[in-house]
Write a protein that binds this ligand. Structure first.
Ligand code: TYM
Length: 334
């Protein structure tokens, strides 16, 4: 098993990233068997597809790495690095650019959402972003790619690119990776709008819980989270038209490591006046130790940078054979 996944180092990690992805990374690392390999990276090249402040990108990369360490990524067992330090990602992305089709990229919902009506004004990078993402996983022959639901389409594209490249060049070079969206890794929605995903780019900080939030901020954001006036139902079906209520039940289930139905079995009939404080207590119990560990890690940024440097060295070694094989396949190596 080769597990590969990435996250953009754009500001703080939030609860959606944690419950939707990072916790699965840690679980996969912790259950890895001899011969398996886990690679996790900061997608700093992907961050360039939006306007960046250079000093912030560098600082965010270290902070995000420290956050991953605080969440339980163990550099003795997983390879942790930043994408820019492994040139094979960009080099393979260029080769795959000959395989991916414009029509495929045009169908990407993230592209459509981010570009909106102003497609002509977007960076080329934002459009070809999924090709780099395909290279990220194909260069390591990833078998499993743990991601949140919103990244599934990009991973399906990576499979299409792998299959077409293999077909076009008549070889079995790339492994078609599986997007691994665990049932325990739900899509977490904004606390202000149950139909929008919790996101770093939401202008309202009240819409998300950041992993650096203090206990009071966590409690306050959950207390003020948008809900409705109905008591909680007995079954999931009862949440069908209650996006905000469903989101809070989903968050509670994910934090408690149980299912939304099991949460409802416990809380059916309760109003949010009772439900929210209990949810806040649970969120604080899970998140406070991570926040404290993050503060400890951030006190020694050089140590975090050293972890990334060592990870990149190992990643370069792991990426080299596939890049070379791809160069040979297309005729670049004589
Ligand atoms: P990014 O940085 O937006 O998010 C990192 C991971 O967090 C998940 N996620 C969520 N899950 C549940 N609910 C949410 N509200 C939520 N918000 C984010 C994402 O699904 C993701 O798993 N393009 C990727 C980074 C990337 C990558 C890769 C991932 C680059 N190369 C190769 C996997 C493999 C991204 O921008 O994720």
């Amino acid at each position: 098993m080769r597990v590969v996944s990435g996250i953009q180092p754009t500001g703080n990690l939030h609860l959606g990233n944690y419950l939707g992805a990072i916790r699965q990374w840690v679980a996969m690392q912790d259950t890895m068997e001899a011969g398996d390999e886990c690679l996790f990276f900061l997608a700093d090249l992907h961050a360039l597809t939006q306007p960046v402040v250079p000093a912030e990108l560098a600082a965010n990369t270290i902070e995000m790495a420290a956050t991953l360490l605080a969440c339980g990524i163990d550099p003795e067992r997983s390879v942790l690095f930043n994408q820019a330090r492994v040139p094979a990602h960009s080099e393979l992305a260029w080769l795959l650019g000959g395989t991916a089709r414009v029509g495929w990229l045009n169908r990407m919902t993230q592209w459509k959402d981010k570009a909106g009506k102003n497609r002509e004004g977007q960076s080329i990078g934002l459009f070809t972003y999924p090709v780099l993402q395909a290279a990220d996983v194909l260069v390591y022959q990833a078998t499993h790619v743990p991601v949140g639901d919103d990244q599934k389409q990009h991973l399906e594209l990576a499979r299409d690119i792998a299959v077409k490249f293999n077909q076009d060049f008549g070889l079995e070079l790339f492994t078609a990776p599986e997007p691994f969206v665990s049932a325990a890794a739900p899509r977490i929605m904004s606390l202000r709008d149950g139909t929008a995903k919790m996101s770093k780019s939401d202008p309202s900080d009240a819409s998300r819980i950041n992993l650096i939030d203090g206990d009071d901020a966590i409690a306050q954001k959950l207390r003020r989270a948008r809900t409705d006036a109905e008591p909680l139902p007995e079954t999931i079906e009862g949440l069908a038209y209650r996006a905000e209520a469903r989101n809070l039940v989903t968050i509670r289930a994910a934090l408690a490591g149980t299912t939304p139905q099991a949460v409802l079995d416990e809380v059916a009939g309760q109003g949010f006046g009772t439900f929210k404080p209990a949810l806040a207590d649970l969120a604080i119990a899970v998140l406070a130790p991570i926040r404290d560990e993050l503060a400890r890690r951030m006190a020694d940024r050089d140590a975090v940078a050293a972890v990334l440097a060592k990870g990149a060295e190992r990643a370069r070694t792991l990426a080299a054979p596939t890049l070379l094989a791809a160069q040979r396949a297309v005729g670049l190596q004589v």
